[in-house]
Design a protein around this ligand. Structure first.
Ligand code: CMP
Length: 681
């Protein structure tokens, strides 16, 4: 195209002149040319005029010439005007060929990153136009396409978009919108990591917090190994060492961010050990960082020696959850055993001891054997029967079944066509066994203290990934969210404990005392930053079985009533839970957030955004999910340390708080409430 307009040689000559030697006629000639170049058609005329004075001509007579190498600093942006060039990536070879009208070299400029690929001239007599970095930034930065797409073998592998948020800073930020998992690892290693310094690159953090959704630990390790053992004939030793060190940095960030799940994977653990040893023997700066991580691993291995064993359930409780024996840590791990009952239609049951990671299918088979149920093929179902009679069938692949039960729910195994015959076990409708304690004798502060310490312990055990599995469906990933389950269960337990206590208290004056006490406990929970516990208690008080007890509420001192009104405002869902969110931003870490709302936010993001777009991972979604997961990190950025209130009967209260009696059948509760205070006609 260029050659048709002006005599080729003449144009080349002026395009080779340094900027300050170009005459007005030269500039006019170049401008004329630029006007007709399709890849520049989206630029304004004034930009083309500016370009005319700085754009340079570069000819490459020989095929095989290297325009620049992967890993070099990016100095210019290029446009192919004749011939073609290959885009070559280490370990992959040629991933694309660019022809007349294509441009390249933008990525390094916009990200301030090393060249992501080498560019090699494909045929003799290739002609390029070049704009150097400063000029590119001055003239083109603001208008160059908002989206950058990179292709490998004709398919998009990386889509970057200009980030709108950073208008104030001078460097334009591009964020990855969509990408293949492997390409993302490459992108993070090459453009986001520096050796020696831990960084807090949000893109890396997003990736590490969410990769289990689209890339298994196994394939991530595989990909990292590829980069760690990069074989490339063109490359010198320094390049290879820098590749290795970046992988070490990546792994360091990975282990510090994700902790246990990385170390639990034998593959990953072996790799961590291998590269730490290399870092040590090569004397890389990263050795110290890895050393820290490794000693953390060792410490964890010591403290979690032996498998958690769960005590037999107390009679009346379907599973034993809250009493791991002799273990320092109460975190539930996938291989931990859990003891639970499985019932038949006739209410006989067997007690099973299986790992948390056992699938519904495995439980079904095991229970059927023990119960002597005849079954052929897959005519059996594993179901949860809630205390209100509702039945929920488990999918065969579902894991951590017992921890996911509702409060008084029970696991049943049943023939497919006998599902309707399942009836609630009488004990499901009466209060679970709890410890006896006269609430009037305990100080509200002491109760709140123990409730909060327990909630904190359970909250601390939750891994970020559990929220992902919970949101995306744990059957899809065969991963348990047992610690999250236990925490949510506890939320419901607190809530129904409030209702149960009030509905089981016959004397009006005593009910008033209990109501007063619970309001006070809720207020202390808030003071202790236990927002989750506070909301559980308030929701209990707002349950119809309680709120309809007008005789009780009428006798409540006005001070307590005022306090309750205040607390109650935090559960107002209007304007996307604005008042709750205001409370949370007004207090600082450590704090226990309202978990059901965090999960609702996660679900909202999940349902409103596709996980993959045209076969690429939607990283915009991953970023949003990671933002929510970071809330969790913030809440736990400091350990909760509270001054224990002067204890009156400490161990008794502590034990009581950990084993609350509850009825969770709303019908039962409402009818109890009606007996206490019949409706006035
Ligand atoms: P940059 O990283 O500056 O240098 C190499 C250039 O190759 C890169 O910018 C892109 O403009 C271009 N390129 C084209 N396709 C790809 C690809 N699949 N991966 C990496 N770079 C590519």
């Amino acid at each position: 195209e260029l050659s048709r307009r002006a005599p080729d040689a003449w144009l080349r000559m002026i395009l080779r002149k340094p900027s300050h030697d170009r005459t007005p006629e030269d500039l006019e000639t170049i401008y004329e040319e630029l006007m007709h170049m399709k890849p520049l058609s989206h630029l304004s005329n004034s930009m083309k005029r500016e370009l005319a004075s700085v754009i340079m001509f570069e000819a490459h007579p020989k095929a095989g010439t290297v325009v620049f190498e992967q890993g070099e600093e990016g100095r210019s942006w290029y446009l192919v005007i004749r011939g073609s060039v290959d885009v070559v990536i280490h370990g992959k070879g040629t991933v694309a060929t660019l022809h007349q009208g294509d441009d390249f070299g933008k990525l390094a400029l916009i990200n301030d990153a090393p060249r992501a690929a080498s560019i090699i001239v494909k045929e003799d007599n290739c002609h390029l136009l070049r704009v150097d970095k400063d000029d590119f930034n001055r003239i083109l930065r603001d208008v160059e396409a908002n989206t950058v797409r990179l292709k490998e073998h004709g398919k998009d592998v990386l889509v970057l978009e200009k980030s709108p948020s950073n208008s104030s800073s001078t460097a334009v930020k591009y964020v990855v919108m969509a990408c293949t998992p492997a390409r993302m690892v490459e992108h993070l290693l090459e453009s986001r990591l520096e050796t020696g310094v831990p960084n807090n690159d949000p893109a890396l953090d997003d990736f590490l917090l969410t990769h289990v959704l689209f890339m298994s630990v196994r394939s991530l390790v595989q990909e990292l190994k590829k980069h760690y053992n990069m074989e490339s004939p063109h490359h010198d030793k320094d390049f290879k060492i820098s590749c290795k060190r970046k992988v070490v940095m990546f792994v360091y960030q990975w282990v510090s961010t994700v902790r246990q799940p990385v170390l639990n994977d034998p593959n990953a653990l072996a790799f961590v050990e291998e590269i730490s040893a290399d870092a040590e023997s090569e004397g890389w700066e990263e050795a110290a960082l890895m050393h820290r991580v490794m000693s953390q691993i060792n410490r964890q291995q010591q403290t979690s020696g032996g498998v958690n064993k769960w005590k037999l359930p107390p009679s009346g409780q379907p599973i034993s959850l809250f009493s791991p024996s002799e273990s320092d840590t109460s975190i539930i791990k996938p291989n931990d055993d859990i003891i639970f009952r499985v019932y038949c239609a006739d209410h006989t049951y067997c007690t099973l001891r299986m790992p948390v990671s056992a699938t519904a299918d495995q439980i079904k088979v095991c229970a059927a054997d023990k119960l002597g149920l005849r079954h052929k093929g897959d005519d059996l179902l594993l179901v949860e029967l809630k205390s209100n009679g509702e039945r929920i069938t488990f999918r065969d692949s579902e894991v951590s079944i017992p921890t996911g039960l509702t409060l008084n729910g029970r696991i049943f195994v049943s023939q497919k066509d006998h599902l309707d015959a399942l009836t609630v076990i009488p004990e499901q409708e009466s209060p679970t066994e709890g410890l006896e304690l006269d609430l009037e004798d305990v100080s509200a502060k002491e109760m709140a203290y123990h409730i909060t310490m327990f909630d904190w312990e359970l909250f601390w055990n939750i891994h970020e990934y559990e929220l992902l599995y919970h949101t995306f469906g744990r059957h899809r990933y065969s991963q348990s969210s047992a610690n999250l389950d236990v925490f949510l269960r506890r939320f419901n337990e607190l809530q129904y404990w409030v209702v149960t206590e009030l509905c089981l208290t016959q004397s009006l004056s005593k009910r008033v005392q209990i109501l007063r006490k619970i309001i006070k406990i809720a207020a202390y929970c808030k003071e202790y930053h236990n927002i989750n516990g506070m909301i559980a208690l308030v929701l209990g008080l707002s349950n119809v079985a309680v709120s309809r007890l007008s005789l009780t509420w009428d006798k409540l001192p006005s001070k307590s009533r005022k306090l309750y009104t205040q607390l109650e405002s935090t559960i107002d869902p209007s304007r996307n839970h604005r008042s709750y969110r205001a409370v949370v931003t007004s207090i600082c870490s450590p704090l226990i957030p309202f978990m059901p709302l965090l999960l609702k936010d996660m679900t909202f993001i999940h349902e409103g955004n596709k996980t993959s777009i045209d076969g690429l991972v939607n990283f915009e979604k991953m970023h949003m999910l990671a933002q929510t997961l970071r809330t969790l990190r913030y809440c736990r950025s400091r350990r909760l340390v509270l001054d224990p209130p002067t204890p009156k009967n400490e161990s008794e209260v502590k034990a009581y708080v950990r084993c609350l009696r509850t009825i969770d059948n709303q019908r039962t509760l409402t009818s109890l409430s009606q007996k206490l205070e019949p409706r006035r006609s």
